[in-house]
Design a protein around this ligand. Sequence first.
Ligand SMILES: *[C@@H]1O[C@H](CO)[C@@H](O)[C@H](O)[C@H]1NC(C)=O
Ligand SMILES: *[C@@H]1O[C@H](CO)[C@@H](O)[C@H](O)[C@H]1NC(C)=O
Ligand SMILES: *[C@@H]1O[C@H](CO)[C@@H](O)[C@H](O)[C@H]1NC(C)=O
Length: 365
Amino acid sequence: MSNTACKVSVVSAVLAVTISLLTHDSNAEHKDDNTKCDLYKGSWVFDKSYPLYDSAKCPLILQQFNCPGNGRPDLRYQKYRWQPNNCNLTRWDEREFGRKMRGKRIMFVGDSLSMNQWQSLACMILSSYPRSPYHPTNTPPLSTIFFPELNVTLMYMRNALIVDLEIQKTHKVLKLDSINSATANQWLQTDVLIFDTWHWWLHTGRKQPWDLIQDGKIMRKEMDRLKAYERGLMTWTKWINKNLDANRVKVFFQGVSPDHWNASDWGMPETQRCGGEEEPLKQAATVEGEVINYRSADFILKKVLKRLKKPVHLLDIEELSKFRVDGHPSIYGNPKKIGMDCTHWCLPGVPDTWNQLLYATLLTF
Ligand SMILES: *[C@@H]1O[C@H](CO)[C@@H](O)[C@H](O)[C@H]1NC(C)=O
Ligand SMILES: *[C@@H]1O[C@H](CO)[C@@H](O)[C@H](O)[C@H]1NC(C)=O
Ligand SMILES: *[C@@H]1O[C@H](CO)[C@@H](O)[C@H](O)[C@H]1NC(C)=O
């Protein structure tokens, strides 16, 4: 495992902010309409009132996201606020959040980008209710934080591929058309669910968590990864269509979180990766090299979500996060500054915005 991202071995969920998929699509059809409020179209503006919390005062933060704690000297990246073009993003208000969410169970399901957003939300809440005792418990694959003052349970279930990974005889089999019902039943015992999957679909070699891929009756050693990802998402969509009681559970999907591994995509020497970047990009990186993968993944995700018969909100974070080349841990994912992480995000940071989008959307439910 060569970098921090792999160490955690959780994968990549990004967050989703969301306007219902339908609304968002219809916005896309009116590209010329400059007056519509699309929370996902806008720019990053410097705002000295940010960040929303201090990582040093968030004891539950994982080391790999705690960039200031690992010695990152520049902190300007914490001070950018997402400003939609034609409207304002509701400012995070933890009192309002507490009122809205009292007695609720919120679960993030996915890879380490899901965990990144889960931690961000936990720190956002904790900074306002610092005296509230919380009880982090960790019984893999589930991590739980309970806020007694709010009676809110905030959970993260590691489920990097969403579909099943099963041991059959001596092989680990990725089952593209199956979702474990015991796991899924836990998803349904919640009020808000935020899914994500993507980064683990690309892993090969030692990092690849399966030996074989099963798709219906066909068993394969290898297949096109984007195809596999699409098949997995389709299985999830069918599961949602069949099992979700949308009156009881609000479901979100975190769009594909962009990474910034190839600096030549934004005109810097390729070898630099995201290291040393202290400012957001003015223009999103041009799409070359590795970047193409996440864009294709985002495209597939949107295509598959159209098959949903239940309301699911896409936290469409791909585009806005693409500018934030400065937001990754780079070498500050650990105090020894070993390795480079251009996949996850420092906290406080970009996932706080994903959560503000989540919050703004929850208010309208
Ligand atoms: C957004 O906020 C700014 C500053 O508070 C305000 O001047 C502006 O009218 C707001 N825009 C909308 C669409 O509410
Ligand atoms: C906390 O919320 C649960 C529902 O999730 C409810 O059953 C319970 O009564 C609540 N407890 C308190 C003290 O309000
Ligand atoms: C990085 O991007 C450049 C162009 O943007 C491309 O030519 C190069 O092959 C990419 N490198 C890798 C390792 O993907």
